[in-house]
Design a protein around this ligand. Structure first.
Ligand SMILES: C=CC1=C(C)c2cc3[nH]c(cc4nc(cc5[nH]c(cc1n2)c(C)c5CCC(=O)O)C(CCC(=O)O)=C4C)c(C)c3C=C
Ligand code: FES
Ligand SMILES: [Fe+2]
Length: 422
């Protein structure tokens, strides 16, 4: 079990109405020499001996907060060659495909309340995590919350400008942690976010080869955390809560269906680590549950005509219903907050259309205090380890020839590990 204390007093999964959705630090950093790091906050001066402030930057894809933002979101998504490589015509094809897809996706966001809740949850999770970190890691306090999205506001570029405005970098140095919110690493998700962060780092701070001693921001990366005990506990507890809603005599025969966003087979065959890492989360959660129920891992949300990793979630539910199973719990296992894939695809399309009251979904992690304590524990361990990134991140996929991946990995690996990157 984690030995983490928390000051959280919020009711489970509730966001207070007055929470600021703008994660700009409340206390702006004032540039004045202090503590060997060149700055201190105006009102929250780091404690004596603290190496802070530390910027905690949560990375995620983001989603359109309003229906009107769907086209911009999809345009950025289809322009991302790390996610959807469309060749030399990407710049023209991307916006075309995005425009054609917009009405369908707008309708889906309208049906889940008019937008993606991912910004609200990410900002909340980050702010709460930083409060806990200030308590459990005073050596690196104060911790300043930032969110950097790949395809929606707050975009990585704007987050980086905010960091500089707040006194990080720009000759001051200062520490920032890029903390991916995808527990399992994929080059199409975390890899893409890191490539984007590296790009803006070069544009806004200059393309320096090393990190140390040049007054630029000192970055390190939390790149995967698929089996962290707190993450596993939060998933397992949400499954137990759903299992408790079935009559006792039926409970152990309920089928648990873990569902993750699929990947194109071309990405799987390139050697992307995601599929294997998702399987490790599933195994760890089932181990925590004592393998109490039959379970399978299935894959959702494939887009376009190419081959994707299966079995598909929708087919799985259909086939099991045909085989006579009508008690199932769907568990979104690769994303940490609600989004169109849970609220629309799973709830409305898969569960709604199956039409059996015994088919349910485990709650998403969202504002779950166990989950937020896990984030703080992961961050604390990282901050104390002094690691730039995991060893695993230094290795490119077997089939990867991308210069962008190579240079990005060399940068984040830092001087000690960059010679390992090939
Ligand atoms: C771990 C999560 C995800 C992986 C891996 C992933 C890979 C991946 N996605 C696409 C294409 C699209 N994804 C879209 C939306 C979307 N994707 C994820 C997560 C992962 N994607 C989420 C949570 C969302 C929804 C965001 C929200 O609502 O907040 C979309 C846009 C929607 C649509 O047009 O259907 C596309 C397109 C590819 C090609 C890919 C792997 C290469
Ligand atoms: S695609 Fe995986 S490292 Fe480049
Ligand atoms: Fe996706």
């Amino acid at each position: 079990m984690m030995a983490v204390r928390t000051s959280l007093s919020l009711p489970c999964r509730m966001i207070p109405n007055n929470i600021s959705h703008n994660v700009r630090p409340a206390t702006q950093l004032v540039k004045r020499p202090l503590n060997g790091h060149g700055f201190a906050t105006a009102t929250s001066v780091p404690k004596k001996g603290s190496k802070g402030p530390t910027a905690m930057v949560l990375l995620n894809m983001g989603g359109p907060s309003k229906v009107a933002e769907v086209e911009d979101f999809l345009s950025r998504l289809f322009a991302d060659a790390d996610l959807i490589p469309l060749g030399p015509l990407q710049k023209y094809l991307g916006p075309l495909i995005a425009r054609r897809r917009t009405p369908k996706i707008q309708k889906q966001y309208s049906e889940i309340g008019g937008g993606s809740p991912i910004r609200k949850w990410s900002e909340y999770q980050c702010a709460e995590m930083c409060k806990i970190l200030d308590e459990i890691s005073p050596e690196t306090a104060p911790h300043k919350p930032y969110v950097a999205f790949r395809y929606a506001d707050p975009l990585t570029e704007n987050m980086y400008k905010q960091l500089l405005e707040d006194g990080f970098g720009g000759g001051n140095g200062g520490r920032a942690v890029a903390f991916t919110q995808y527990p399992q690493y994929s080059c199409s998700t975390t890899g893409s976010s890191l490539n984007e962060l590296w790009k803006w780092r070069n544009r806004l701070e200059g393309p320096r080869s090393g990190q140390d001693g040049d007054g630029a921001i000192q970055w390190s990366v939390i790149d995967r955390w698929a089996t962290h005990p707190g993450l596993v506990e939060a998933f397992a507890k949400n499954i137990e809560d759903q299992l408790a809603t079935y009559p006792e005599e039926k409970r152990s025969s309920v089928v648990i269906l873990f569902s993750a966003h699929s990947l194109p087979m071309s990405v799987v065959n390139r050697g992307d680590p995601y599929t294997a890492e998702v399987a490790t989360t599933v195994h760890a959660v089932m181990q925590r549950l004592g393998f109490s129920n039959p379970y399978r891992l299935c894959w959702q949300s494939q887009v376009g005509p190419s081959a994707w990793q299966g079995a598909q979630t929708s087919h799985t539910v259909e086939n099991y219903v045909k085989k006579g199973f009508t008690d199932m719990i769907l568990v979104p296992i690769a994303f940490t907050s609600d989004h169109i894939e849970t609220l629309y695809e799973l709830d409305k399309e898969v569960i709604g259309e199956a039409g059996h009251t015994g088919i349910k979904r485990a709650e998403s992690l969202n504002g779950n205090p166990t989950f937020i304590r896990a984030l703080a524990d992961i961050a604390k361990n990282h901050l104390q380890s002094g690691e730039k990134c995991s060893r695993q991140m230094t290795l490119r996929c077997q089939g990867c020839n991308s210069e962008r991946c190579l240079e990005q990995k060399k940068f984040f690996a830092g001087d000690a590990l960059k010679s390992l990157v090939r």
